[in-house]
Write a protein that binds this ligand. Structure first.
Ligand SMILES: [Zn+2]
Length: 197
């Protein structure tokens, strides 16, 4: 009885997380990777979500965003990526000292729940978010790999920053360099995060 209860709870958690990912317009393969659900079950969840009135949901197909350099393209994106990465550290999706090469894969249902939590807070504190949920997944994966992006402290104030892992100059945040993230568009061709339905 206990075993079946545990299984039921784990399955329930996977479905809840998958629905959360769907509402954030995550792609099917991202949902599969982080929840372990089959494509067939994810398709059924999409259908039930649509039947329940979530008809404004965009279904993205094709590859997820791949370019980690996206987060360094503008002052605003660097600023937002630092905030989101800090939230991911707080909830345990990321470790402060990254570079997990060879360690366990990042994607799992427990971290998926924490990632949703961090992303929801990011969406709540940033007026017009420039980082979509799929880009948030790219951010945590790139930071976990550590080959393109890394976490660093601002040398002026100690704020957590997302930086080019090969950068030679000491990292400084937008406040310490006097840049204003509000004046710089997130990215001309970036697909901005849209409000949750
Ligand atoms: Zn600073």
């Amino acid at each position: 009885m206990r075993i079946s209860d545990d299984r039921y709870n784990r399955d329930r958690q996977r479905l809840d997380i998958a629905m959360h990912f769907i509402r954030h317009e995550a792609r099917t393969h991202t949902i599969r990777q982080w929840t372990g659900l089959t494509d067939d079950r994810i398709r059924k969840l999409y259908r039930s979500y649509l039947q329940d009135g979530g008809f404004r949901l965009a279904r993205h197909r094709g590859k997820s965003p791949q370019q980690a350099a996206f987060f360094l393209r503008s002052v605003r994106l660097r600023h937002e990526a630092g905030a989101l990465a800090g939230l991911c550290c707080l909830v345990g999706v990321l470790e402060r000292h990254q570079g997990r090469a060879g360690s366990a894969p990042l994607a799992c249902v427990t971290r998926a729940a924490a990632l949703c939590q961090a992303y929801d807070v990011y969406r709540a504190i940033v007026a017009a978010p420039g980082i979509s949920f799929e880009h948030a997944v790219l951010l945590v994966n790139a930071l976990a790999r550590g080959s393109e992006l890394a976490l660093d402290d601002c040398h002026g104030c100690g704020a957590l920053l997302v930086v080019d892992s090969l950068a030679l100059r000491p990292a400084r945040c937008v406040l310490c360099t006097g840049e204003d993230p509000r004046r710089v568009p997130a990215c001309n061709n970036a697909h901005s995060a849209r409000p949750a339905p």
